[in-house]
Design a protein around this ligand. Structure first.
Ligand SMILES: [Zn+2]
Length: 157
């Protein structure tokens, strides 16, 4: 029996992954659509976000962030998300937790990520303990509340 030259091979995809289109090519070109294995947690639109080389295709999960606003200077956002760079030899294609502090990204493996989570839980407990020692907040008056209050207090506007 003669095999058809047009037969499409069936492609095995690892559990937890799906095959998705990705646009690859120089930024001054339309690029080429290829199909890559993408973990189910990935939220990257690999067609909209064009990678120059196939090795540049990476996967990122949903971002979770907290921002501290200092009295001076810029706010410092801290973001965490799952990340995977399949083509990077040093990452060996492993999934890790990206910890982005003000655009400096560090990679945390499972043990380090869990240790950081423990540290954050302890930190949150300290914040709650200290917050509970504070006096009650003063009521915040809206401008709509301000006029009747002035009238009650016998002041003119
Ligand atoms: Zn992906």
């Amino acid at each position: 029996m003669q095999k058809s030259a047009m037969s499409i091979p069936s492609i095995e995809v690892r559990p937890g992954y799906r095959l998705v289109p990705a646009r690859v090519g120089r930024s001054d070109s339309e690029g080429t659509i290829v199909y890559v294995e993408c973990p189910n947690w990935c939220v990257t639109d690999h067609v909209a976000y064009q990678a120059v080389f196939l090795e540049d295709v990476s996967h990122q999960g949903e971002r979770h962030s907290v921002a501290f606003t200092p009295s001076q200077g810029e706010r410092v956002p801290v973001e965490v998300y799952l990340s995977e760079w399949p083509a990077l030899a040093e990452e060996e294609g492993r999934t890790y937790l990206a910890v982005d502090v003000d655009c400096e990204v560090a990679s945390y493996g499972r043990t380090a990520a869990l240790a950081m989570a423990d540290q954050l839980v302890a930190f949150a407990a300290d914040v709650r303990r200290l917050a509970n020692t504070l006096p009650d907040d003063r009521p915040v008056l809206s401008q709509a509340d301000e006029a009747p209050r002035r009238v009650r207090e016998g002041r003119s506007a």
